[in-house]
Design a protein around this ligand. Structure first.
Ligand code: NAP
Length: 296
């Protein structure tokens, strides 16, 4: 059973669950985009429209499920409060397993206050750990897809790979699709531990420079903006200057994520990549080679 199935990751998890022959129930809220709901239906998921504020409705929807998978996205109201209602409903309905919407770097190794969105995941995980249900978090580093757009690391136009700190720091990248494939396999595996860690590729900034140069046929250069201390200060200043908003991923949050990764603290280890041998991990090279090219 899935919450967040109308989202990017959630829709892909549904697809992989169906490919593995699972019966899938997608909980969607009234007002979810019709095309996303239609696509879930086409894939063979049973759509259950629920009010996510109503625990009784959630409990009824969870009844008989073997695993609740959450792929919702949001801030405190969603990640802590709504997921808590979903958790309580899963427990009340006697669902044996719960996969929270983590899908990130290893927040258990990060200092509190270093990443707003991951602090919310930690807070929910404390509630999850107290609940009488078996929980599994999927940790996958950064979605490698972000390297072709949102993450300001590989600047294709300027042929630069931008970083802070150490160009040889190992960083974890997994595509959204591979994360979904692994999550689906984990959802159907009754023996999963509390954490599963995967990385489609572990790459350094220097490695990204080589790959970006190889796929474009142009020589990329490294651009070290500064050390991690200066990066931390820049993040604080950017956050202070930006008006507060409900944006889940404001620029300073992406900066916090990169700062965390460049620090090496949330590096995933050991990796569970080999747990489901049928999953092929997409290398960063393939992601960069298949990027949509923006005319210069
Ligand atoms: N590691 C990484 O680099 C990385 C990058 C991106 C995302 N992620 C993580 O992946 C997970 C999924 O992200 P995504 O990009 O797939 O998100 P998304 O496309 O924005 O989808 C979010 C889903 O959450 C649902 N949702 C939001 N608020 C809700 C609420 N109040 N009640 C019920 N459902 C609600 C949405 O439903 P509606 O369709 O009704 O709005 C949608 O199904 C999140 O944990 C996100 O942080 C990780």
């Amino acid at each position: 059973m899935l919450a967040g199935a109308t989202g990017d990751l959630g829709g892909r998890i549904v697809k992989h669950l169906r490919q593995r022959g699972a019966i899938v129930r997608a909980l969607v809220r009234a007002g979810s985009a019709a095309p996303a709901v239609a696509s879930l239906r086409e894939q063979g998921a049973t759509i259950i429209e629920v009010d996510f504020n109503d625990e009784a409705q959630l409990t009824k929807a969870c009844s008989g499920a073997t695993c609740v998978v959450s792929a919702v996205s949001g801030l405190r109201e969603v990640i802590v409060e709504m997921q808590t209602r979903l958790l309580q409903a899963a427990v009340a309905a006697g669902v044996p397993r719960f996969i929270p919407s983590d899908y990130c770097i290893d927040y258990t190794k990060l200092p509190v206050g270093s990443n707003r969105n991951l602090d919310l995941r930690r807070e929910f995980s404390e509630r999850l750990d107290k609940a009488p249900i078996r929980a599994t978090s999927i940790l996958n580093g950064m979605f490698s897809d972000l390297l072709t757009g949102q993450a300001p690391v590989i600047l294709f136009k300027f042929k630069r790979v931008v970083y802070w700190g150490n160009a040889d720091q190992a960083l974890d990248f997994t595509t959204t699709e591979d994360t979904a494939a692994f999550t689906a396999a984990a959802a159907l595996d009754a023996t999963t531990p509390r954490f599963l860690r995967v990385a489609g590729e572990v790459a350094t900034i220097r490695g990204l420079q080589v790959v970006a140069s190889a796929v474009t046929g142009e020589q990329f250069r490294l651009f070290r903006v500064g050390g991690l201390g200066a990066f931390g200060t820049l993040i604080k200043v950017t956050r202070a200057l930006m008006p507060t908003s409900d944006d889940v991923f404001p620029p300073w949050q992406g900066m916090q994520y990169l700062h965390n990764m460049f620090s090496g603290l949330p590096k995933l280890e050991p990796l569970d990549n080999a747990r489901y041998p049928d999953i092929r991990w997409t290398p960063v090279r393939e992601v960069l080679a298949n990027r949509e090219q923006v005319p210069e």
